[in-house]
Design a protein around this ligand. Structure first.
Ligand SMILES: Cc1ncc(COP(=O)(O)O)c(C=O)c1O
Length: 359
């Protein structure tokens, strides 16, 4: 019987804390579609201030935050967005920018650190003289931290450079900042400085920060006015949404300061995995709260069978390919949980090797 659960599948699995539940119960609320929910208003004002933008809007999810942002920047049909082939927007959001927004994606290769080569970005911008044939480039999207690249951080210098390219060519820059606070903490840069070059940012409250629901998009007042209208179009206008914003406010207040601990634990975790035979991880690439490790040199071991044995011991992890597994830390994983999970991984590998040898 499983007596302990260490859930490393994602940082989206956190449960609301007592403080969040209390804040939700006590929240002063009203109809936010009518623009009169005081808790939503207070939270959005605070997020705009922290992110260094004019205005903010609470939305139900990161997916909707990205979709609304892309659609606001690409309101003319035949628009094209330059984005990474491994980006969350391109891979995991049901192609919504195309199916709902009629926006054409121009994908570029993501480097292992999550960046796209600047000269490739410049090269990808459509020449206005070809407008009879080409879609019109209107937007560049970055992702920070980059989830599919192992939670790597995109630097402020790189972001500024992409911002300069965008400006020079009359384009907008959107950042999928689902985990932008992880990046700011790991880089030691204030978050408003990290996103200074961006016209819009989508920030998830329900990932490393641990809120139960919601994301926030930030940008200019005009951008947010248009975004509010699109949020309604997409069915994301919620009424007494202050209940959710109250929890998000507590997440910001209580959990921002814990991200550095998640990153420290991820490094300890990666160092521990490196010691286990047949598992490999490049610890230098573990910059925030994610660890991607590979399984090598044994036909008895696979991400699927390893995760299955781990689950029997209450350790939940996610296979991400035929050779690799992803682990994600969050504020409800302690130092002791990391040691327990490492012990379970070591024992699971040993068991699978022994079982395999006996066949
Ligand atoms: C980088 C990134 N962007 C966007 C999202 C979408 O967020 P949501 O699950 O709230 O729609 C995720 C979700 O995991 C993500 O990892």
């Amino acid at each position: 019987m499983v007596t302990r659960t260490v859930d490393l599948r994602s940082d989206t699995v956190t449960k609301p804390t007592e403080a969040m539940r209390a804040a939700m119960a006590a929240a002063d609320v009203d109809d936010d579609v009518l623009g009169s929910d005081p808790t939503a208003h207070r939270f959005e004002t605070e997020m705009a201030r922290i992110m260094g933008k004019e205005a903010a809007l609470f939305v139900p999810s990161g997916t909707m935050g990205n979709l609304i942002s892309v659609l606001v920047h690409c309101e003319v049909r035949g628009s094209e967005v330059i984005l990474g082939g491994d980006s969350h927007i391109h891979v995991y959001e049901n192609g919504g920018i195309s199916t709902i927004g009629g926006v054409h994606p121009k994908t570029l290769k993501n480097n292992p650190d999550g960046t796209m080569d600047i000269d490739e970005i410049v090269e990808a911008i459509r020449h206005p003289e070809g407008e009879l044939y080409y879609p019109t480039t209107r937007l560049i999207c970055l992702e920070n931290t980059h989830a599919n690249c192992g939670g790597r951080c995109i630097s402020v210098e790189y972001t500024d450079k992409v911002g300069e390219v965008a400006k020079k060519h009359g384009l907008k820059l959107h950042i999928d900042g689902a985990r932008i606070f992880n990046a700011a903490v790991a880089l030691g840069v204030p978050v408003h400085r990290l996103v200074q070059a961006a016209d819009s940012v989508s920030v998830c409250m329900s990932k490393g920060l641990g809120a139960p629901v919601g994301s926030v998009i930030v940008g200019s007042k005009l951008f947010i006015t248009k975004a509010r209208r699109l949020r309604k179009t997409l069915g994301g206008g919620m009424r007494q949404v202050g209940v959710l914003c109250a929890a998000a406010y507590v997440a910001l207040r209580d959990n921002l300061g814990k991200l550095a601990d998640d990153h420290r634990r991820a490094k300890i975790f990666a160092d521990g995995i490196k010691q286990i035979k047949h598992l490999s991880v490049d610890a230098a690439t573990v910059e925030t709260n994610m660890i991607f490790f590979s399984i090598t040199g044994s036909t008895c071991l696979s991400p699927a069978n390893l995760c299955q044995v781990l689950e029997e011991h209450g350790v939940l992890a996610m296979p991400v390919s035929s050779t690799s597994v992803r682990l994600v830390l969050h504020h409800q994983i302690s130092d002791n949980d990391v040691q327990y999970a490492l012990t379970c991984i070591k024992q699971a590998v040993q068991k699978l090797l022994t079982d395999g040898a006996a066949k």
